[in-house]
Write a protein that binds this ligand. Structure first.
Ligand code: 4AD
Ligand code: MG
Length: 462
């Protein structure tokens, strides 16, 4: 018999139908004559109740059905006698695919801490929490592609291995096949990367933007959605060494268009989650964060506050609030400053623009004031920066001068500069950190808990 997923069975009104269901046992209870098994197959957060009349089942078989075991059940879909579910299954045949030793199975009991679950990342998808997070993560990935497809964007695959450093000065992971103990050296005694696999130094990408821009200057509206890597030693609840980034890039857009796109896009994604992930969001709201649903609705229904970096610094300097780090025009804002603006001052998402050029990347469009660039960061409650982007410098001379000023190797970026020589145009784009979006939508507190296998300093076990 063909398996029916539990999400379909729970909606079914086909009472009396013979069905097959497969999944993992969450709990088994009962008495001498009957066993109640709660079975979950991950298709939905809810399990289905299996009722087994013990006169029909072998005692040894029933012993194998423990928490965590995987079984296949044939039976009849019936109206539930118990509370909490509309339908249940009256079992006629049970096959045990794999038992799980009750003494050893790490998820035998409920209520493990998230920290403990991180140590068993190979098993944590079987918990309600990670099932919910992973289904929401899927829904958000799907919604991202849907949004862009519906709005005329093309999906571009940018390389994972690159010979350039898009963000400038970003810490990168080297990609090499050279012998680490005894690498080839040149006359000066330096490692000779000409003998390396690609004949030059290469790294894992920190962003697909530069290659994305090349495509936008041909297809007009593009986006990338891929893994990015940063070797910064930031041990925070918001940083991963490997994370996924979504980077739209649009020819002919300016900074205001860019902000409009970012706001519309984020609201669409959150609205999509509210419409399609209700059971999982309700679970997470109940378990972890009772303001989650209302916060999501608030963001969808209200406009994002837009102001310049300079205006933000004014607000931060005049408030009575005490910060750990000082605020001074020219310095990057710390996350405590960003969160003060969002959570205390404006009480809504904020888009900050026109940052000092010294603290931003070389490719951002220089403002008329000579001091700032047409940058934008979108700041979210509980998260801080969720999006970073800008209008791009499309003027060859200005871009070239900035590259030299910042000490970036022109020879690594000749191809990027050529787009400003041949048919350049105004354009803008941004990067959304996928895991930061998932943090916001799920209300989870730590970024390690919204990606299946987190990569952080000293952690790549699974
Ligand atoms: O602000 P960032 O560094 O911008 C860029 O990489 C640009 N090239 C984007 C563009 O304009 N196309 O990174 C963009 C976003 C951040 O706002 C943040 O959400 C996320 O990526 N991010 C991280 N997420 C998790 N772990 C990290 N270490 C992250 N670093 C950035
Ligand atoms: Mg940034």
């Amino acid at each position: 018999m063909k398996r029916t997923p539990i999400n379909e069975l729970l909606k079914s009104t086909d009472l009396g139908k013979e069905i097959n269901v497969k999944g993992w046992v969450r709990t088994k209870r009962g008495n001498k004559s009957v066993a109640f098994i709660n079975l979950n197959d991950g298709s939905i957060i809810h399990g289905i109740q299996i009722v087994a009349d013990l006169t029909n089942f072998d005692e040894n078989l029933m012993k194998l059905i423990t928490t965590g075991s995987c079984i296949s059940v044939n039976g009849t879909l019936v109206q539930s006698q118990g509370q909490g579910q509309a339908v249940e299954i009256q079992a006629t045949h049970i096959e045990v695919y794999g038992s799980a030793d009750a003494e050893l199975y790490p998820l035998q009991k409920k209520g493990h801490t998230l920290e403990f679950l991180r140590e068993i990342a190979h098993l944590r998808p079987r918990t309600n929490t990670f099932g919910a997070v992973l289904r929401i993560r899927h829904a958000m990935a799907f919604a991202i592609h849907k949004y862009f497809n519906d709005h005329g964007f093309y999906y571009i695959h940018t390389p994972i291995i690159t010979g350039s450093d898009a963000e400038g000065a970003g810490a990168m992971f080297r990609v090499t096949t050279l012998d680490p103990i005894n690498p080839p050296k040149n006359d000066k005694g330096e490692v000779n990367y000409e003998e390396d696999f690609f004949g030059k130094e290469t790294n894992l990408t920190v962003s697909g933007q530069l290659e994305g821009e090349l495509a936008a200057l041909a297809l007009s509206k593009i986006y990338t959605f891929g893994p990015t890597f940063r070797a910064e030693n930031s041990n925070t609840a918001r940083h991963l060494a490997e994370f996924w980034m979504i980077e739209p890039e649009v020819a002919f857009n300016d900074l205001v268009d860019n902000m409009d796109l970012a706001e519309d896009f984020l609201k669409y994604l959150i609205q999509y989650a509210l419409e399609h992930c209700n059971d999982d969001l309700e679970f997470l709201t109940k378990m972890y964060d009772n303001e989650l649903l209302s916060r999501l609705r608030f963001v969808v229904e209200n406009h994002f506050e837009r102001l310049t970096y300079t205006e933000a610094v004014e607000i931060l300097k005049t408030t009575d609030h005490k910060f750990e780090f000082p605020v001074d025009w020219g310095a990057d804002l710390q996350s405590e400053h960003e969160r003060y603006l969002v959570e205390k001052h404006f009480k809504r998402p904020v888009i900050l623009t026109h940052y000092p050029k010294e603290i931003k990347a070389f490719y951002m469009k220089q403002s008329e004031d000579g001091k700032t660039v047409k940058a934008m960061d979108v700041l979210f409650p509980g998260i801080g920066e969720i999006i970073g982007g800008s209008q791009r410098e499309e003027d060859y001379e200005k871009l070239h001068t900035r590259i030299l000023e910042m000490g970036i190797h022109e020879k690594d970026l000749w191809w990027y500069l050529e787009t400003r020589k041949y048919g350049t145009c105004p354009h803008a784009g941004f990067g959304l950190g996928f895991e930061r979006l998932i943090l916001f939508v799920t209300g989870m507190g730590n970024i390690r808990d919204v990606i299946p296998f987190p990569r952080t300093p000293k952690n790549a076990e699974f």
